[in-house]
Design a protein around this ligand. Structure first.
Ligand code: C2O
Length: 561
């Protein structure tokens, strides 16, 4: 189905409308959305700028679906930028053409063009999200993707009375594409954002009626499920609510063993569902999102704040405040991450690969490469295994599917090209290699991937995101990964399953996954400041022999480059 022309799109909409009006025993399995990507004058922090939005909204519209639903999202590009939309965390079984990263699985939707993202949600339920996947447009082009269980299937925890989406993000007062283009050209650091936001608002600012802060009304005694999304470009965040603890029940659309916490830690790309019990009866309570950085950096910040407001309380009544975690509260972040375990129930088992076909070690870090236009003659670069990824001119999935040679090589090294004390003294040569190199996997092969941070320049945290497949986080530690000792401590029983993992500064994380989805799958740091300078690579998963084990042919309206 490739509804490209307006008349066929209209016919399809009518058809689905009629089908969904049929007696309710026929469940409507097709969900249709239209995204008009447009420039909208948007006022935040008391100043107005033209921002790229979906349907005029920041954050963008929430997509609701049930597990097993089929989604058709028609994206109409009415802005001057090339555009793609990514459905972050959706496995896209055999439907990589709908995944979205520019030049990886598709050419961009050019100004004036449209593309229908066409995919089925299989074996996933929970909170995911969507965002632009080109340049830094995702700063304002993002929204929630809520996948409810199949009709009649309950949550594996007491049903909340109500649910709310909480999107954490960052806001720049100036035009962000202009900022990054000049930073790249001159080789200067990227300007940090002007504010963090909670559901589009930074905090109540006096004398600024446009900035009241998000307010969440609750009724005493009720339970609320918060669907929290970190859509920030470059910041790992802490999230907390004064006077209340939260019960975490799901991350990245996989259920976890419920646990209580005062503070949630969430990296860009990740999602967390947590239950808030409105058990205090009355009052206003501060909700806050504040940044985490393992190394203290001398940057002032103001937390984003919102209010949990009990019904019956005067909104003018004082708000109960809370201490914000220190910016470098590593123990708090670590304790949160260590509490995450897969639910691993009979209905939702953790299918951790117990054997490993490919044992990989990728180092990650920052370097410097020559740059002719740069003020100091060089610019920051980032890498996996010392290779800074270069985006191709046509999409990798196209090149793979149609066997077009010369677009990429499949010789990405499974181990670092030079061995050294990764978290100790650094090599003097900070130059990285450049290339469009992929790692090839046979269908259904199993992978153990150790992501090793290096201490180049400054220790950095890296939230690493894999497209197309989830992984299990089987191990984590500080210093260098020890292949002799560390594997004996791996959790192969109930490790958390997710699509984005924070690799600790100066440490490592080990993940395992099964390459059961044919296609080309991007893996990258979800800090835009790192992904922009090359902290990216891709896996190419070959087709299997079975009937449902090959990439489907591309849709007719797939954009060309
Ligand atoms: Cu949420 Cu490749 O990204």
């Amino acid at each position: 189905m490739a509804p490209s022309s307006s008349s066929s799109w209209l016919r399809l909409r009518v058809l689905v409308l009629v089908a969904c009006l049929l007696p309710s025993f026929i469940q409507c399995k097709i969900r249709i959305y239209k995204f008009n990507v447009m420039v909208t004058n948007t006022t935040r922090l008391c100043s107005t700028k033209p921002a790229v939005t979906v349907n005029g909204l920041f954050p963008g519209p929430t997509i609701f679906a049930n597990e097993d639903d089929h989604l058709l999202v028609k994206v109409v590009n009415q802005v001057q930028y090339n555009l793609t939309i990514h459905w972050h965390g959706i496995k896209q079984l055999r439907s990589g053409w709908a995944d979205g990263p520019a030049f990886i699985t598709q050419c961009p939707i050019q100004p004036g063009q449209t593309y229908v993202y066409n995919f089925t949600i299989t074996d996933q339920r929970g909170t995911l999200w969507w965002h632009a996947h080109i340049g830094w447009l995702r700063a304002t082009v993002h929204g929630a993707l809520v996948i409810l269980p199949k009709l009649g299937v309950p949550y594996p925890f007491p049903h909340p009375d109500s649910e709310v989406v909480i999107i954490l993000a960052e806001w720049w007062k100036s035009d962000i594409e202009t900022l990054i283009n000049s930073a790249m050209k001159e080789g200067l650091p990227f300007q940090v954002s002007d504010a963090y936001t909670i559901n589009g608002q930074s905090r109540p600012i006096s004398n600024c009626s446009s900035e009241g802060g998000f307010s969440f009304p609750v009724e005493p005694g009720k339970k609320y499920m918060l669907r929290i999304i970190n859509a920030a470009l470059n910041e790992e965040l802490f999230f907390k609510i004064a006077g209340h603890s939260l019960t975490v029940v799901e991350v990245d659309a996989t259920y976890v063993k419920p646990f209580k916490t005062g503070t949630i830690f969430i990296t860009p790309g990740q999602t967390t569902n947590a239950i808030l019990e409105a058990d205090l009866g009355t009052g206003n309570y501060l909700m806050a999102a504040s940044p985490f950085m393992a190394e203290p950096v001398p940057i002032d910040y103001t937390a984003a704040t919102a209010t949990v407001h009990y019904s019956g309380t005067q909104s003018s009544a004082a708000t109960t405040l809370t201490d914000l975690p220190p910016r470098n509260a590593t123990p708090l972040a670590t304790a949160f991450v260590d509490s995450l375990k897969s639910l691993n129930s009979q209905r939702y088992p953790a299918r951790v690969p117990l054997t490993v076909d490919h044992s990989l070690l990728f180092t990650m870090g920052l370097g410097f490469n020559p740059c002719a236009t740069c003020i100091h003659g060089s610019r920051i670069a980032a890498y996996f295994n010392n290779i800074s990824f270069i985006r191709p001119e046509i999409s990798l999935l196209n090149a793979h599917f149609f066997n077009i040679s010369g677009v990429f090589a499949d010789d990405f090294p499974g181990n670092p090209p030079i061995r050294y004390n990764y978290t100790g003294e650094q090599p003097t040569n900070l130059r990285t290699m450049e290339g469009t190199r992929l790692y090839r996997l046979a269908f259904n092969s199993t992978v153990q991937l150790v992501l090793q941070d290096t201490a180049m320049i400054t220790p950095e945290n890296h939230p690493i995101h894999l497209h197309g497949m989830n992984f299990f986080v089987v191990g984590r530690g500080l210093g260098n990964f020890d292949p002799e000792k560390d594997p004996s401590n791996f959790n192969l029983v109930d490790p958390v399953e997710r699509n984005t993992v924070g690799v600790p500064s100066g440490g490592w994380v080990a993940v395992r996954f099964r390459a059961d989805n044919p296609g080309v799958w991007f893996m990258h740091c979800h800090l835009e400041s790192h992904t922009l300078v090359g902290l990216e690579m891709a896996f190419v998963v070959d087709n299997g022999q079975g009937p449902n084990q090959s990439v489907r042919p591309p849709p007719r309206d797939l954009p060309s480059c």
